[in-house]
Design a protein around this ligand. Structure first.
Ligand code: FES
Length: 372
C-alpha cells in the first residue's frame, strides 16, 4: 500500500494564536481521497477539524485547498494530489478569501452566503396569486442548467482573484446563482436583477476574466461564463447603461477590434469612454497617466506598440464578421453543458461528451431579442 505525506494547515485559536503546520503520513490506496487521508489523520489526532458530509462530491461541505488549488477533498484522489505535490508532500489548507474558524473550516457566512443572499436567490413570480405551476418549454431551461449544478462549496470564491483585491465583490458563486434566476423564463424581475448588478460597483463588472473560478469549480459550473452571460443580457438584451461604464466598455471593445482587426489596447480606454475628445474621457486619461508611465518605465509596453496600430489593416475580414453578427435581429445564447431533450436522437446523445452528474452535453440554443 502506498504511503503519502501530508502537510495540514492547522489553526487552533484555543491553544495557539497563529496558524501552524502538522505533518502526517497515511497508508492508503492511490484512488482514495484526500478527505479519507484527513480523516485517517483525525483518527490519530481528534483535535483536527474538517467539515464534510456526503463524501461523494454532492453536499459541497469539504472544500479545501490541495497543493494551492481549491476543490473538494472528497473529490481529489491521493494519487492525483501526490502527482502535483512539490517535494512529494501534499499540502492541505483551508479555502482562501474567507476567515478561518478552525483548522480546515472557514466561515462561509460573511463572504459566501451573505453574497448569495444578496442576489435575491429565488424566483419572482409574475402572478403571486397563481395556483397552477408555470409551464416552460424545455429548451428555455437548458440555458440555466449549468448554473443550477452549483453545490455551493466555495471553491470558486476561494480562488477568485478579484475578491482578493476587492472583498466587496459579489463574487463568482453568487453571480452564477444570479444568472440562474435572471435567465429563468418564469422570473418576472429580469431587468431589475440585471440593473442592480450592473449598477453595483462591486457587481457584474468587477470580474477580471482570470478564469480561476472555472478551473476551481468541481462541478463544471464555469461561474465566469455565467457572469459573461449576465453581462450580455444587461448590455445587449436590456440595454442597461450602467454607472460603471460596463456597457460602453463592451461597445468600445467591439468597435476597437472591428477597427483594428485585433484589440489595440492603447485605444481601449478612449473607446470605452466615448472617444478621445469626449468630456468623460479627459479625467480618465489623466488618471491613467501614472499607470502608463509606470508600464513604460518597467518595459511592460514599448512606445511603438503603445502609440502605433500594429494590427490595423491586417485582418479586414474581422469587420465583416462583426457586422454580420451584430446585424442579426436575435442573439443566440448557446449552452454547451446540458441538453436532455427527451426526443433527442439516442445516437447523437451517446456521442456527445458527458457533463458532471452524467448530464448529456450538447448545445441548447436560446434566442434572445436584441435591443438597440
Ligand atoms: Fe460532500 Fe465532499 S463531503 S462534497
Amino acid at each position: 500500500m502506498p504511503r503519502y505525506a501530508l502537510r495540514l494547515r492547522r489553526f487552533t485559536p484555543e491553544t495557539r494564536p497563529d496558524a501552524w503546520w502538522q505533518d502526517v503520513e497515511v497508508e492508503l490506496d492511490a484512488h482514495r481521497s484526500v478527505l479519507d487521508a484527513i480523516l485517517e489523520a483525525r483518527e490519530r489526532d481528534g483535535t483536527l477539524a474538517i467539515r464534510f458530509s456526503c463524501r461523494a462530491a454532492i453536499c459541497g461541505s469539504c472544500g479545501v485547498r490541495v497543493n494551492g488549488r481549491s476543490g473538494l477533498a472528497c473529490h481529489t484522489q491521493l494519487g492525483e494530489a501526490a502527482a502535483t505535490a512539490s517535494g512529494g508532500v501534499i499540502v492541505v489548507e483551508p479555502l482562501g478569501n474567507m476567515p478561518v474558524l478552525k483548522d480546515l473550516i472557514v466561515d462561509m457566512d460573511p463572504v459566501h452566503w451573505a453574497k448569495v443572499a444578496s442576489v435575491q436567490p429565488w424566483l419572482v413570480g409574475a402572478d403571486p396569486g397563481r395556483e397552477l405551476e408555470y409551464e416552460v418549454a424545455h429548451e428555455t431551461m437548458v440555458d440555466v442548467t449549468q448554473a443550477m449544478a452549483c453545490i455551493q462549496c466555495g471553491a470558486c470564491v476561494s480562488d477568485c482573484l478579484s475578491l482578493e483585491v476587492d472583498p466587496a465583490f459579489v463574487g463568482p458563486a453568487a453571480l452564477a446563482k444570479a444568472y440562474r434566476f435572471a435567465a429563468d423564463p418564469r422570473d418576472a424581475d429580469h431587468e431589475g436583477r440585471l440593473r442592480r448588478l450592473a449598477e453595483d460597483p462591486h457587481g457584474l463588472y468587477d470580474c477580471t476574466h482570470c478564469f480561476a473560478c472555472i478551473e476551481a469549480c468541481p462541478k463544471g459550473v464555469a461561474p465566469m461564463n455565467q457572469i459573461m452571460r449576465l453581462r450580455r443580457m444587461a448590455t445587449t438584451d436590456h440595454a442597461i447603461d450602467d454607472g460603471n461604464n460596463g456597457r460602453r466598455h463592451e461597445h468600445g471593445f467591439v468597435a476597437n477590434v472591428r477597427r483594428n482587426g485585433l484589440l489595440h489596447e492603447a485605444e481601449l480606454l478612449t473607446d470605452s469612454y466615448g472617444g478621445r475628445l469626449h468630456p468623460r474621457t479627459v479625467p480618465v486619461l489623466l488618471e491613467s497617466l501614472t499607470a502608463v508611465s509606470r508600464a513604460l518605465r518597467r518595459r511592460k509596453v514599448g512606445l511603438r506598440d503603445a502609440l502605433g496600430h500594429p494590427h490595423r489593416g491586417r485582418f479586414p475580414e474581422i469587420a465583416r464578421y462583426v457586422d454580420e453578427i451584430e446585424g442579426r435581429p436575435e442573439r443566440v445564447e448557446l449552452n454547451l453543458y446540458v441538453s436532455g431533450y427527451d426526443d433527442e436522437d439516442p445516437g447523437a446523445v451517446a456521442s456527445a461528451p458527458s457533463g458532471e452528474d452524467g448530464a448529456n452535453a450538447a448545445t441548447g440554443p436560446n434566442p434572445r431579442r436584441r435591443r438597440p
